[in-house]
Design a protein around this ligand. Structure first.
Ligand SMILES: [Zn+2]
Length: 483
């Protein structure tokens, strides 16, 4: 009995994996619906029928409930909730801080979570909000680390989650990732990100997640605690977040909000239901608005949308098309786009985890020039021996002789003809060449010429882009000539 995580496929820093929790195995990326035993708008058994493999509930609620406490201790959570999948419990740290319940201690909550049969147990960490100063967040992180170590004395069979805290401070997130990695816990939630997601601070979200990921071992299963809305799952998955949870499906339903993978609507705004799920195909928008079961039907739709997005992300990772999904999703809200631009600053870190071949590379605008595949291709260009004389055919037309011929495909740049069918050159689809794309290709050319100082280079064609070539290759002037 323990928790194990096996990575099957990778794309960018995203992973398709198997999370083994005791005897149960679930697929990642994974969505954990949040269940409040007092308000079961969709029953856990119904969620199971919808394809939900794991859920999360709150240990504090159970411990304080006259209705559920004794039953949970006697029968266990699985029986009380009527759910056969994996059950994770949150410690109740949030409720404890709100209600100031000092009697509910760290060792008490983890022992209680164990006693009610939780399979992923969370210690009482401190979620430092973004307004904490460095000093405050530092102290809170010390307490969190101390509590994780204390909880490990009680939960010593691998079922303890080790949360990564540190607030908005990236150095503290790195320290937290580093200290957590030394404890060898497989399941590592990144905490305190809800206050960043609620006001759409996605670029800050990317900064803290990438900081934590830089020091966490790649083998750890990462739970982005409190995420959230399906529109940001792809961005989070690209950073290597494997597990999400959703209270939003029910909270949104209560407020008449209808989720889509690219944002939410107020139900009153909708004349049509733009979704393929059962709720939306068996009800019109008017019927849904008037239904006595409106909240429940909306919650089911919201859950279906969230699960479908998880499925889409898994398929994208399998194929190697996650960049295209991230690009598509992040263009749906300007602040998500901020997060996307922030992520593109980490190409070097992302590229180390990325895979070598993918199904395809579809160019989707200048952001695509900063994708990991372009960076990896450019890096590999420095290893190509261009011989004594090399001819780079910008527009493919052969002019003159040379020992080595290179063709040219932006945004990658020069490539030997034998790479024509290989990824990424062969499986990439580009619109008509634009200046951004060509400039990225010239960066590849600069690397090839720069790493072959003995080679005489001739560049043929590409007359309309010569200014860009000259700009990008300024420091290599004299190392090539045009024909
Ligand atoms: Zn629907």
């Amino acid at each position: 009995m323990a928790i194990n995580f096996e990575i099957i496929h990778k794309d960018i820093m995203g992973r398709l994996g198997k999370l083994k929790v005791g005897e149960k195995t679930v697929k990642t990326p994974l969505l954990l619906p949040v269940i409040n035993p007092h308000i079961q708008i969709i029953k856990p058994s119904e969620l199971e029928d919808m394809g939900v493999e794991a859920l999360i509930t709150n240990a504090y609620i159970f411990s304080k409930s006259s209705e559920f406490r004794e039953r949970a201790l006697k029968e266990g959570l699985h029986s009380v909730l009527g759910f056969n999948g994996v059950i994770m419990t949150d410690s109740g740290a949030f409720q404890q801080s709100v209600y100031g319940d000092v009697a509910f201690s760290n060792s008490e909550t983890v022992a209680f979570q164990r006693a009610i049969g939780s399979e992923i147990i969370v210690p009482m960490d401190i979620a430092s909000p973004p307004d904490r100063t460095h000093e405050e967040a530092d102290e809170e992180l010390d307490i969190t680390m101390q509590r994780i170590r204390e909880a490990l004395q009680i939960i010593d069979d691998g079922h303890l989650a080790a949360p990564v805290q540190g607030g908005i401070h990236t150095d503290l997130r790195k320290r937290a990732g580093h200290e957590v990695s030394e404890l060898n816990n497989v399941f590592c939630p990144i905490g305190a990100v809800v206050p960043l997601m609620e006001p759409y601070r996605y670029s800050d979200l990317v900064k803290v997640v990438m900081a934590a990921k830089s020091t966490l071992p790649p083998s750890a299963c990462i739970h982005l605690f409190g995420a959230g809305h399906p529109s940001m799952f792809a961005l989070a998955a690209a950073m290597g977040c494997d597990v999400f949870d959703s209270a939003a499906y029910a909270l949104y339903a209560r407020e008449d909000r209808y989720m889509t993978p690219h944002g939410s609507y107020k139900l009153a705004e909708l004349n049509e239901l733009p979704c393929a799920c059962e709720v939306c195909r068996t009800n019109t928008a008017d019927e849904l608005k008037k239904s006595e079961e409106k909240e429940r039907l909306l919650a089911m739709h919201n859950m279906n949308v969230s699960l479908a997005e998880i499925a889409r992300i898994r398929q994208a990772i399998l194929e190697g098309t996650l960049w295209e999904l991230v690009d598509e999703r992040c263009r749906n809200h300007p602040r998500l786009y901020d997060g996307y631009l922030e992520l593109l600053k980490y190409t070097d870190q992302l590229e180390k985890s990325d895979r070598i071949t993918k199904r395809r590379f579809f160019y989707r605008g200048k952001e695509s020039c900063r994708r990991t595949e372009v960076a990896a291709y450019h890096r590999n260009l420095s290893r190509i021996d261009a011989g004594e004389k090399a001819l780079v055919l910008i527009d493919g037309k052969k002019t003159g002789d040379a020992e080595n011929i290179f063709l040219f495909k932006p945004p990658f740049g020069p490539y030997p003809p034998e790479l024509k069918e290989t990824f990424p050159v062969g499986q990439s689809e580009m619109p008509e060449t634009d200046a951004d794309m060509f400039r990225a290709g010239c960066q590849g050319l600069r690397i090839l010429i720069g790493s072959n100082p003995e080679t005489e280079f001739t560049i043929s064609g590409g007359d309309e882009f010569r200014q860009i070539i000259d700009e990008e290759l300024t420091e290599l002037k004299g190392r090539f000539r045009y024909v």
